[in-house]
Design a binder for this molecule. Structure first.
Ligand code: IPM
Ligand code: MN
Length: 354
């Protein structure tokens, strides 16, 4: 019997709905070329709903999200909502509640895509960042003392558990092996964060003993930022904590051609995962049909791989590669030489031709 999937869709804010629409066209084309079928369950979450009703993520929606095969997210973030409310109330709540403990962000430069790194080629920029996604500074541990007074104290703690660190590092090694890559680099700050990264470093070495076929390396996060620009070819799989992973993947997105192409997956290897373009809601481009949908379409390719539709995933990825090589003038919104919908149409055409 042909496989059938339930996909939760959260178009979200700003340009989220526009790029998700193009990703869903690619999904339809991939289903057409293969033997699977699917149902979409759309959830109206984001800034508009919050402004209307005061709700971020109702418990009933969260409960339903736990039952789908995968979640496809556009973007969360609204200029009229105070920063933090939607990010914490929706995005981080889903990551945490569904225990999506890996944030996997490929940093891959496709042939034909412009990179700001002069002299660097696709073979130089091809790494996978494995970002821990449920701990660290993101847990919201801490608080204020004497808030608003001259004696104010603000504390924000990084929480690192042996279990959380180990499962993340193990995932990175497994991924390295599965993808026939050769090296895992731990990105940390062992010279200053002597508790948190002591745990990370010890765990890294212990896990590495089980993977003697894989080379290991370590870089402090500040130096890693430098080398990602100067020698990105040194990196293969990078594993790091939540905060550092957040920062280095924005840097990674820029060297792979910008937010128009950068995708990521919030992964629970035993549960429900969520895939998203990493660029945010880009409010100033909303409704103009000029935003680049390829990041969202690349997220859809990751989603297909995650649910076990590897063929469809490859077809979508190859279609993206063809569009960037043959059709797009730039990855940037408004400069692609095509509208958002035209880019989606080209991807669909190439999937169906493949
Ligand atoms: C990301 C985003 C989020 C994060 C924000 C919106 C909470 O920057 O997915 O990288 O920091 O994880
Ligand atoms: Mn980020």
């Amino acid at each position: 019997m042909a496989a059938s999937y339930r996909i939760g869709v959260i178009p979200g804010d700003g340009t989220g709905p526009e790029v998700v629409a193009e990703g869903l066209k690619a999904l339809a084309a991939a289903a057409d070329r293969n033997t699977f079928s699917y149902d979409l369950v759309e959830y109206d979450l984001g800034g508009d709903r919050y402004l209307k009703t005061g709700e971020t993520l109702p418990g009933s929606v969260l409960a339903e999200l736990k039952t789908v095969h995968a979640i496809y997210l556009g973007a969360i973030g609204h200029p009229e909502v105070q920063p933090g409310i939607l990010e914490q109330g929706i995005l981080l709540t889903i990551r945490f509640a569904l225990d999506q403990y890996i944030n996997l962000r490929p940093v891959v430069l496709y042939p034909g895509v412009w990179t700001p790194l002069r002299d660097k080629k696709p073979e130089d920029i091809n790494c996978l960042v494995v970002r821990e996604n449920t701990e660290g500074l993101y847990v919201g541990s801490g608080g204020f003392l004497r808030k608003g007074t001259p004696d104010e104290v603000a504390i924000q703690e990084s929480v690192n558990t042996r279990k959380g660190v180990e499962r993340c590092i193990r995932y990175a090694f497994e991924l390295c092996r599965r993808q026939k890559r050769h090296k895992v680099t731990l990105c940390g700050k062992t010279n200053v964060l002597t508790y948190a990264f002591d745990l990370w470093e010890r765990t890294f070495h212990e896990v590495a003993h089980e993977y003697t076929d894989i080379e290991t390396d370590y870089a402090h996060v500040d130096a890693l930022c430098m080398w990602m620009v100067k020698n990105p070819e040194w990196f293969d799989v990078i594993v790091t904590d939540n905060m550092f992973g957040d920062i280095i993947t924005d840097l990674g997105a820029m060297i792979q051609g910008g937010m128009g192409i950068a995708a990521g997956g919030n992964i629970n290897p035993q549960g429900v995962s969520m895939f998203e373009p990493i660029g945010g809601s880009a409010p100033k481009y909303t409704g103009k049909n000029i935003i680049n949908p390829l990041a969202a379409i690349a997220a859809l390719a990751m989603l297909l791989d995650n649910i076990g539709e590897e063929n469809g995933s490859h077809q979508v990825e190859n279609a993206i590669k063809r569009v960037v090589k043959d059709d797009l003038e730039s990855m940037d919104a408004g400069r692609m030489g095509h509208t958002t919908q035209e880019v989606g149409d080209l991807v669909v055409k190439y999937i169906l031709e493949s």
